[in-house]
Design a binder for this molecule. Structure first.
Ligand code: SAH
Length: 284
């Protein structure tokens, strides 16, 4: 595990000491408001700021005063390993993606009442009618995003939600940008990610259907919400050779992988069936 960790830019090994934000054992109550409450509580923690340069219009999860005790991570190591092993049995092959699943503490992204299910291969509610994605699909989509593009330099995620997939992405890409349209979820993701001190991740509140033109082109774009088609602006923000992975459809959805072949040429593959929350325009 320690050799695996060293190949990532994500210094999760630095998550040490301090008080526990979430208990290791399941807490009794979860309501749709819990995510918002968590965000509010955590926003009261004074940020210490960060050393990495910021990009105009984006915010970086600030560093914590409160952090998670190592025992939380140690106690969840076995279920995390089991989760990665299950994804491998389901067909995920990329060792870097599987190692990222082993590293990122998913229990820090679920509501306190859902801790017992944090390492079960299911999506879970995060408030505002949104969900944290199923671990398998996170791994599968990131594997598709990478394809043979090594290394993955600059990646854009549409739909930060609670921030879990963004954290996984930050293990496999050099720079990650993630956009969320629901303000309390953008705040929740910031609060969830703060203790992890991920230097190569930037969060943005806004409409991801517009992409992030000030940072484009991207070597990979991943959508965590399903539209009837992939927004044109995102296609335009792909680097030549880049992949975009998105769920596409309404009731029936499939993963689509689009590859930019040239200035005005894209190819598309339709892959497995999936189920995601809808991609919506504008901000909320
Ligand atoms: N990435 C998350 C999954 C979040 S669910 C994870 O790690 O599990 C999908 C998210 O996409 C929701 O939070 C929803 O609000 C967001 N979303 C939908 N349309 C969007 C848009 N146009 N721009 C940005 N985010 C959007």
């Amino acid at each position: 595990m320690s050799e695996k960790r060293s190949q990532f830019p994500l210094p999760l090994s630095s998550v040490t000491g301090g008080s526990t934000r979430k208990p290791a054992a399941p807490a009794p109550v979860a309501t749709p408001q819990t995510a918002t409450q968590n965000a509010r509580q955590n926003s009261q923690v004074q940020p210490r700021g960060g050393a990495a340069a910021s990009v105009p219009g984006t915010t970086r999860p600030a560093q914590p005063q409160q952090t998670v005790v190592r025992s939380d991570l140690a106690a969840t190591e076995a279920p995390r390993r089991a989760m990665a092993a299950r994804a491998a049995r389901q067909g995920v092959k990329d060792p870097q993606v599987l190692a990222a699943l082993e590293i990122v503490p998913r229990h820090m992204f679920v509501e306190p009442g859902m801790l017992a299910q944090a390492y079960v291969d299911i999506s879970l509610p995060i408030g505002h009618n949104q969900t944290i994605s199923q671990p398998y699909i996170v791994a599968r989509m990131i594997e598709l995003l990478k394809g043979s593009n090594q290394p993955l330099r600059r990646v854009l995620e549409i739909g930060t939600g609670c921030g879990y997939q963004a954290a996984v992405l930050s293990c496999v890409a050099q720079e990650v940008y993630s956009i969320e349209r629901i303000k309390p979820l953008h705040e929740l993701a910031k609060a969830n990610l703060r203790p992890l001190r991920i230097a190569n991740l930037r969060l943005q509140y806004g409409d991801g259907m517009l992409g992030l033109p000030q940072v484009a082109p991207f070597d990979g774009i991943i959508l965590a919400a399903a539209g009837l088609e992939v927004p044109r602006a995102l296609l335009e923000q792909m680097a030549i050779g880049a992949h975009l992975v998105a769920p596409v459809g309404a009731q029936v959805q499939h993963l689509q992988r689009i590859t930019r072949k040239g200035k005005a040429e894209w190819t598309s593959e339709t892959l497995e069936a999936c189920h995601f929350v809808p991609l919506r325009p504008g901000i909320a």
